[in-house]
Design a protein around this ligand. Structure first.
Ligand code: SF4
Length: 357
């Protein structure tokens, strides 16, 4: 997070909390209106260099530049699917790459944003798990993805982002502090003012941090990647769940709902002959009885060496019909951007250096 330039260690200004930075700037006799201008450049406009802060004095810009750096993110490559979904590769200041996705649907554009540069949880169906040398993204890097995707959305589709899903690379709840800081910036009434109800944090089910997210009072939506309501089966595809039981998860989801009144979404990836039987559907229905929720059934997108395949249309229909018969709210999420490896579970920086649009 620090850069060494001409022997001076400079910290990324966006890694300093607002209250600490305010104190620091006040000590330098920087006036309140100038401090708010600096914040505006950093957390609304998302500048990558102090020289872009055009409404503050040259002297102040030079002082900021002598003390801090801005570790900015750039759009490295852009891929467009035949269904108009866009996948982008972002390059971070340390040359690491993460991916983000834009999913248009009428006047609605959803941005799928990453929270880590890989993932250590090793879910069996996920390509991101193959990147084992990874780090957490900073709040600034999570924020930069929003700014760059929003700009691209306007350029390509003519609409600003309407929804954010933290479903890109990484487990967001294992980077909770930076995630919370980024969400505070997205939703600040003095800044971008994005509605928190249009932000969904997706987790594989880290019970402890689901509760922390509820306690944070951010009012965002929650999605849980369940994929099986049968403990033994779930453990085989989500190794993390060996240490966090379905009972604990259920209790955490209930806590989240009671605290926020936001109805969580249960994500269920249908894997052929693995979790797509009526017995699986029965167990899913039982799991969902403990709290109000909706269920998203997701078609599987295979990756190169994947051991799973896509459930047949007939099985999917039977599964869905069974859940409907239990009066559950069920949506089918069809895959978008599969031709550019942009669909759920496919983000692994695979296309880099191939043809970009
Ligand atoms: S599904 Fe999510 S938690 Fe599991 S390995 Fe992939 S990125 Fe990590």
């Amino acid at each position: 997070m620090q850069n060494k330039l001409l022997g001076v260690i400079k910290e990324d200004i966006r890694n300093i909390t607002k209250s600490k930075l305010t104190d620091l700037l006040k000590k330098e006799n920087i006036k309140a209106y100038q401090i708010s201008q600096i914040y505006d450049w950093l957390w609304v406009k998302g500048v990558s260099d102090f020289s872009e802060m055009s409404n503050i004095s040259k002297e102040l810009r030079e002082w900021l530049n002598s003390k801090f750096i801005i570790n900015s993110t750039i759009l490295k490559e852009v891929y467009t699917s035949i269904d108009t979904t866009i996948k982008v590769a972002f390059q971070l200041h340390d040359k690491r790459l993460v991916e983000g996705v834009l999913i248009p649907s009428g006047e609605r554009v959803t941005a799928c944003i990453s929270s880590q540069t890989g993932c250590g949880l090793n879910c069996a169906f996920c390509a991101t798990a193959k990147i084992t040398d990874f780090r957490n993204l900073t709040a600034g890097e999570i924020f930069d993805q929003f700014v760059l995707l929003n700009k691209l959305s306007v350029e390509r589709y003519g609409y600003k982002l309407t929804n954010i899903v933290m479903m890109g690379m990484g487990e967001p709840l294992l980077n909770l502090e930076n995630l919370k800081r980024a969400i505070v910036e997205f939703t600040s009434p003095k800044g971008i003012n994005f509605s928190p109800r249009r932000i969904t944090v997706s987790t594989v089910g880290i019970s402890k941090f689901i509760k922390e997210l509820a306690d944070a009072g951010l009012n965002v939506d929650l999605a849980i990647s369940l994929h099986s309501a049968i403990e033994q089966k779930r453990k085989t595809i989500i190794p993390y769940s060996k240490s966090d039981s379905l009972n604990r998860l259920s209790e955490a989801i209930k806590y989240f709902y009671e605290k926020t009144h936001n109805r969580p979404t249960i994500e269920y990836l249908l894997l052929k002959n693995f979790n797509d039987s009526i017995t699986d559907a029965e167990e899913l229905a039982k799991f969902c009885r403990s709290f109000p929720c909706k269920v998203n059934l997701i078609e599987y997108n295979s990756t190169d060496d994947s051991r799973f395949s896509k459930t047949t249309h007939e099985t999917l229909k039977d599964f869905k019909d069974f859940l409907h018969s239990k009066n559950m709210v069920v949506n089918l999420r069809t895959s978008r951007g599969t031709d550019i490896n942009a669909a759920c579970g496919q983000l692994v920086n695979k296309n880099l250096s191939k043809k970009a649009n």
